[in-house]
Design a protein around this ligand. Sequence first.
Ligand code: BES
Ligand code: ZN
Length: 618
Amino acid sequence: MKKTLLLLVSLILFISSCSNNNKNESMPSYIEESHSFSQPNDAAITHLDLDINVDFDNEIIHGKASYLINNNDASEIILDSKFLDIENVQADGNDTSFSLGDFDEQLGNPLKIEIKKNTKRITIFYKTTHKTEALQWLNPQQTADKKHPFLFTQGQAILTRTWIPIQDSPQIRITYNAKVKVPSNLMAVMSAENPKTKIPNGAYTFKMAQPISPYLIALAVGDFDYKAISDRTGIYAEKSILDKAHYEFSDMENMVASAEKLYGKYAWEQFDVIVLPPSFPFGGMENPRLTFATPTVIAGDKSLTSLIAHELAHSWSGNLVTNATWNDFWLNEGFTVYFEMRIMEALYGKDRANMLAKIGRQDLEEELEGFKDAPNDTKLKLNLKDRNPDDGMNSIAYDKGYLFLRTLEETVGREKFDAFLKNYFQTHAFSTINTEKFIDFLNTNLLEKYSITFNTNEWVYEAGVPSNQSIIVSDKFETVEKTIQQFVKTNTVDKALTKDWTTQEWVHFVRNFPSDIKTEHLAMIDEAFNLTNSNNSYIAMVWYEQAINHDYHGNNIDTKIEDFLIKVGRRWYVSTIYKAFKRNNKTDEALAIYTKARPNYHAVTANTIDALLGYNQD
Ligand code: BES
Ligand code: ZN
């Protein structure tokens, strides 16, 4: 009896393994994804050999992208391509036919390439065009040193396809080698093993030996130098800002060490940062081995370096364990904010971490208010089909994601939560995960294991913030709030009360003026603290927002705001300011500035502000 049962079981196992064999066993199965035309279950790229020329005179990149592929009996492989000029395609060294399918505004075109069952390699000869959205070509005036041009790429979320034809889905993972030819007086670096000095003939080679998602392929070319912080961390920056940047980020090695202590070994060997020109559209971008960063975080007093902790944290949440689709973006960003706060707490203590968390909590509140007519957009798990993934890249993923994880931590206790997270990163290293798989993993490895009940589904699949949310308390911020009241009530400023304030306290101060604060009060505050001329970009930005809200025009602030918007392209900053103009029925003023500022913006920022202000290029 027992024997027959055993036989039956083996038979079933055998049959099911046979049916599995229809698919190539080494291929992971990819889930449906609405932001890529590729069909990786049929044929998927596994390795890229990129060989390109960076032509600053014509502002194009041309060359070839050659892929090893995993072919599952398919007769074609589909790549994503947007605004690329595809010249020729080869399969295993012979010309093969290819076609570009219909153009989609968000996604570009599917590039369909004919292959044979046994095709191992495809090679695409191509050029970028002036419509490329990933690349920003800067003239010398737009750089710190003002002597040489500069180029950088931005891949996330779906822009890599505008500079390399590729299967541009976060579920894809590839290793890459690259040969990049640049003018001999410039240096090139990538999200890969990098040179530390210039190569005289401008012919650079790169290797990324760990498999990464296509949105993490990145390149920067310009006249910059390298300065090490430790044997595995350091800074690339233009000469005139290298020492300042090196000082500002000198805690980087400590950050890596404390991150490793929390959630396991750093998987990418080297952690460097390149400081880009101020038009870089983000605070930071977690390109593996080489974070791209805005110069606006160089405040002189290390007060904005949580950005580095954030991008470093992505080395685990995002780069090692990657969101499977852009609907699962909160798995990248929410986890990263949580991890960022833990690094900040470990290095600088709870006060600082709680101030940062509280600022994020206010961002979340404002975002929720902005989405009051679109509650679906306040869910962690999104549905971005037929929309630009950018639509999901707001405070919900970051700050609601964070609040969820913080609440979970407080519910289960830090010790269990840390062990769980470490296990999560280890188990899913170098793979992708979606929200459903995460919830399964959470249930099995934490909640059921310790018989804890938690309203995970409400947090993830419902709008708004559940009532069991962790309450973030900051004593320092409570003092700041009292100070505001006192200044306004007494019509005087007591400088003694602010003398030890950090950047975060100033930001909280400025953001929490009573809504009916008088212009005279702003003038009084500006006279005492000269916030209009603050060298801290964050404080300046929130102050400009308030000036616009409350019609304050003293201290020559209008010129200052205009200069800021022309110089800085960081999307979060500039969109906050343009939104303030719009909210206060000053769209014409905004447009007048925007017309001058737009040429300095990367496409990511320009697209957002075009839509916000209804700007029409023609
Ligand atoms: N990965 C993001 C930047 C990003 C998000 C680029 C979505 C493209 C699409 C990066 O890690 C980030 O979150 N940057 C923030 C920094 C901050 C939260 C500390 C930024 O740019 O402001
Ligand atoms: Zn991030």
